[in-house]
Design a protein around this ligand. Structure first.
Ligand code: GLA
Length: 654
């Protein structure tokens, strides 16, 4: 071994070590779910999606950050809370009131208990041996029918301690007293926040793992304890994904212990780093998919894109988080009603958390009318939790379709990303509705109705988003395509190997470094992940020249889980190696399992072979698993596999 090892090139050694790490991580992940199986592709026979925490629909409410940064105080927060209640927004679901950075004074020497900055939160000055407490504050919010959220960092220090050095509200005291993050204090702090202080929601940032670099000016000047970065924002390969994930796992475990009734929300704020777009769903209830939103149109595009192509990774209890809304500022202020409605509509369509963050006490009534659009809120809060799927994609305009509830109704957004008017033709086919039957659209902003057959042309104003509820005759009258129900799917293993940054996300001029870097680079891993209605790399699904409008695109050596809650009877699919695959040599096999039992499988199929028809009887099955196995060859890129037209139908036939 020693000899072979030393003869290997550095690159081969690296690849080998990485494959060991990936295999070990996969093993740990399965073991964390209680399964002794070492094969991550083996069917689990039960739903493995994360059931911890309670976010059955995307969180809604208010967050202090975009409004006040660290200059938050009790009057400002209670003022926002009061507006939520008095305006009726709370009744619509905006119940979460979240403190962000800036609330803390220090970590007390001796017992390590966190102390609140009572200068800005006077009700926290409870005195006694504890010093300070947020209990009076959360009691008031709870008495108003609201929920309370708090903020911390997964490392020792928080983001403001790196980026808001002029803030009057930075933690004070010795180096140790200013270590207000969770590092070394997970159980103590989680118990304090959730058992003693009564918070319901926690947002956990990650600057502590990224920005306090040994030898840096920041560490020296501010006298912080350095931490070798676990996250390097510009290098996924130099980021310790397993260590970052393990830290959030530890918090998830502490939360579960602190609140066994499961009445909490865990919001992971690792800004799309450390491959969180892939594993966030297994650990938290929402996870940031990108860097911070700024009040500019292109930043909104960037953040939207970071979540919009990940519908299969979200669902009830776990949501992609493109960040808090920036309505109220910059390109989304009162002078930009088109942009405000677009931002809001897009977040609704992709099941993003609907957390507003402007000074609600002083905002214009027009914003309350936008936030109060019950039809749009209903899209976002639809119980089935199917994130909208980008059905037509271009850099100019997009069409996003979201299945509502039972699958009979759809919502559709036509989105003009650009600065010129855009001609957009909506096809019944985009909605997976019949071409030959009438389709009725109800505009959720103007409330007007229009009916068409086949297709309907629109011209969108610059930056305009039209949102409709659509009804018609479904293409599949007797069932659903899996790509229509992403919220019922758990991507257990997506087949990606070394995580790759996703190049499809709009690259704005970085608001912090401007043009000082070599360029605005792709940053967020997840490229090659499972996709609805496209291949993992955004190509049309196609097997041996046969294109599929519907289906799931995924890499080989993957496993998907599908809930069969609606009690469908039959699964059918046309499966094969996608024409876009880079590896055109290796064959793969497709397998369908029901509650752990093999129901159907394909022979080995290779590039160029016609799609193989699969049919499985799934009567009585609760969890279907779709597995693609191929050679785990190290060198070549994974084979691109297509589950063409994969669908669930009620009765035999078709
Ligand atoms: C990071 C987060 C923001 C906000 C600030 C607070 O930048 O991504 O959402 O919480 O920290 O300092």
């Amino acid at each position: 071994m020693q000899d072979r090892w030393s003869r290997m090139s550095k690159q081969r050694q690296g690849t080998f070590l990485r494959s060991v790490v990936v295999a070990a991580a996969a093993l740990l992940a399965t073991q964390a779910h209680g399964s002794p199986s070492a094969d991550p592709l083996a069917p689990a026979g039960r739903w493995e999606g994360n059931m911890r925490g309670s976010a059955s629909t995307p969180p809604m409410g208010w967050n202090s950050w975009n409004a006040f940064r660290t200059e938050v105080d009790e009057d400002k927060v209670m003022g926002a809370a009061r507006v939520l209640v008095d305006s009726g927004l709370a009744k619509l679901g905006y119940t979460q009131v979240n403190l962000d950075d800036g609330w803390w004074l220090k970590r007390r020497t001796g017992d390590g208990r966190l102390q609140i900055r009572t200068g800005i939160f006077p009700s926290a000055a409870t005195g006694g041996p504890d010093g300070t407490s947020f209990k009076p504050f959360t009691d008031r919010l709870h008495a108003m029918g609201l929920k309370a959220g708090i903020y911390t960092d997964i490392g020792r220090n928080a983001c403001s301690q790196a980026y808001d050095l002029h803030s009057p509200n930075l933690p004070q005291g010795t180096t140790a007293e200013r270590e207000v993050g969770l590092d070394g204090h997970v159980t103590q702090d989680i118990n304090l926040y959730f058992r003693e202080w009564g918070f319901d929601y926690i947002k956990i940032d990650a600057c502590g793992l990224a920005d306090f670099v040994p030898g840096s000016e920041l560490v020296k000047k501010q006298d912080y304890r350095a931490m070798a970065p676990l996250i390097e924002r510009n290098s996924i390969n130099r980021t310790d994904i397993a260590a970052v994930r393990a830290r959030y796992e530890a918090v998830a475990a502490a939360l579960k212990a602190a609140r066994p009734a499961n009445d909490y929300v865990l919001s992971i704020c690792a800004w799309g780093m450390a491959n969180v777009r892939t594993w966030g769903k297994d650990v938290g209830n929402l996870w940031r998919t990108s860097s911070d939103i700024t009040p500019s149109w292109t930043s909104m595009l960037h953040n939207f894109d970071s979540a919009a192509k990940r519908p299969l990774y979200a669902g009830p209890g776990h949501w992609n988080d493109p960040d808090i809304l920036h309505i109220g500022h910059g390109d989304f202020d009162a002078a930009h009603p088109v942009e405000v409605r677009s931002h809001f509509s897009l977040w609704a369509m992709i099941n993003a958390p609907m957390l507003v963050s402007y000074d609600l006490r002083n905002g214009p009534a027009a914003f309350l009318a936008v936030l109060g659009n019950a039809d749009v809120v209903r899209l976002n809060q639809d119980k089935a939790g199917h994130q909208g799927v980008v059905t037509y994609d271009s850099d100019d305009a997009q069409i996003i379709v979201k299945t509502l509830g039972d699958g009979q109704r759809k919502a559709v957004a036509l989105f003009n990303r650009g600065a010129s008017p855009a001609p957009v033709t909506l096809l019944a086919r985009h909605l997976k509705l019949s071409d030959s039957a009438p389709v009725t659209l109800r505009d959720l902003w103007s409330k007007q109705r229009v009916t068409f057959t086949g297709e309907k042309a629109f011209t969108l104003a610059p930056r305009e988003t039209l949102v409709f509820e659509a009804t018609g005759t479904r293409q599949l009258e007797n069932g659903v395509y899996l790509s229509e129900i992403p919220g019922s799917i758990n991507v257990a293993v997506d087949g990606t190997r070394q995580p790759q940054p996703d190049p499809t996300i709009h690259r704005m001029i970085d608001p912090w470094s401007n043009t000082r870097s070599g360029g605005s680079r792709p940053q967020y891993a997840g490229w090659g992940g499972a996709q609805a209605d496209t291949t993992p790399f955004g190509q049309t699904l196609q097997v041996a020249g046969q294109a599929f409008d519907s289906g799931i695109g995924i890499l080989a050596n993957s496993r998907l889980q599908v809930k069969n809650d609606a009690g469908h009877a039959v699964l059918t699919a046309s499966v094969g190696v996608d024409d876009s695959t880079e590896d055109t040599k290796q064959p793969v096999r497709f397998h369908v399992y029901g509650d752990g039992k093999l129901l159907a499988e394909s022979p080995p199929v290779a590039f160029g072979a016609r799609a193989h028809r699969l049919r499985a009887d799934i009567r009585g099955v609760k969890v279907i698993e779709l597995v693609v196995r191929g050679a785990a060859s190290d060198g070549a890129a994974p084979v691109v596999a297509t589950w063409g037209d994969v669908q669930l139908v009620r009765a035999a036939g078709r």
